[in-house]
Structures are given as structure tokens and as C-alpha cells.
Design a protein around this ligand. Structure first.
Ligand SMILES: [Zn+2]
Length: 173
């Protein structure tokens, strides 16, 4: 998170809750978002990733929304879903799932809402099998490291390093 935005008014923001939002908004530096398309092996459309901002350790990209509770960062994929389907499109207790398995993807066609328990079940079921294919595509497109790949697809770096070894030894796999 080398370029993480430094909060310009950390202590004042804590004291003055409401009225500060307008001031904070005007004083905030907004870095423009840059997007990249990453081909996906099974989805018809490519993944769309934000490449101008860094992801957190779990592979998710967090953004600060213009509206809603201030100072709280929200997953970029969640914002993408809300902006497409409306502010009430994610019921309480539901999460936005990446059908493509790429946690950094903000393509709305790759997103759906699932209950938390269903989300866990699906995530675990697709953990290694379908993800390896998607990870392979991502790796070919970005030439990223095993650690970065692990964060994107939510698997261990030991796993992604093994995958990369296998892909390198058998490029046609
Ligand atoms: Zn995707």
C-alpha cells in the first residue's frame, strides 16, 4: 500500500463528525482510477481490474466512497455492484461474490450477491480447481509474482508458487 492516501484531517475528523464531510470532500485528493482488462478462461467477458491503486493483503481493493459513512473504506467490487444495481441491492447479511474468482475484479457481470454462509461455501468449493485456471490466465496477462497471485485469488503463496512452477514447465497446460 505504498501510495495509500494519507488522511489530511485525522484528529479533527474524529471530533467533528457531520459538518466536516463537505470540507473533507473538497480538500481530498482524488487519484483517477485506471482500469485494465484481464482475459478470463471461462467467463465470456474479461475481468476488469483497477491498476492505479494497490490492493490490501487479502487481494481486495478498498476505496473510499463519496457517500455513506465517512472514513470507511469499502471494497471496490462492492461499490461497483452498488453503483450498478442500486444502494439497496446488497441486503444485510449478504456479500458480493466474485464469480470469476478474481478478488480485484470490478466487472459487474462477474459479481453477484450471496449470503455470508453461501459465500463461504462457494469460495471453499472453488478454492483450488476453478481458480487455478483463472489464476493461470491472470499470470499470463500480468506476469505477477506468486505472492501477488495468491492475494488475488485467495489461496496460499505456496500453492501459487507450485502452480507457476507447473505452468513454466508445461506452457501448454
Ligand atoms: Zn472478473
Amino acid at each position: 500500500m505504498g501510495e495509500a492516501t494519507a488522511d489530511p484531517l485525522p484528529s479533527r475528523a474524529c471530533r467533528e463528525r457531520g459538518p466536516l464531510s463537505a470540507a473533507r470532500k473538497s480538500g481530498r485528493q482524488k487519484r483517477p482510477l485506471k482500469f485494465a482488462r484481464i482475459p478470463h478462461p471461462t467467463m465470456r467477458q474479461s475481468c476488469i481490474e483497477i491498476v492505479s491503486h494497490s490492493r490490501n493483503r487479502k487481494g481486495y481493493l478498498q476505496l473510499r466512497p463519496r457517500t455513506g459513512p465517512r472514513r470507511s473504506h469499502v471494497g471496490a467490487h462492492r461499490l461497483a455492484y452498488l453503483s450498478k444495481y442500486g444502494p439497496d441491492s446488497i441486503p444485510p447479511g449478504y456479500e458480493v461474490d466474485h464469480i470469476c474468482g478474481n478478488r480485484g475484479c470490478v466487472n459487474r457481470k462477474h459479481l453477484r450477491v450471496l449470503s455470508c454462509s453461501e459465500h463461504k461455501r462457494v469460495t471453499n468449493a472453488t478454492r483450488y480447481s476453478q481458480r487455478e485456471e483463472a489464476a493461470h490466465c491472470h499470470w499470463l496477462a500480468t506476469d505477477c509474482t506468486g505472492t501477488a497471485l495468491a492475494a488475488v485469488f485467495g489461496v496460499s503463496a505456496t500453492t501459487t508458487r507450485r502452480w507457476i512452477r507447473e505452468w513454466k514447465s508445461d506452457p501448454d497446460a
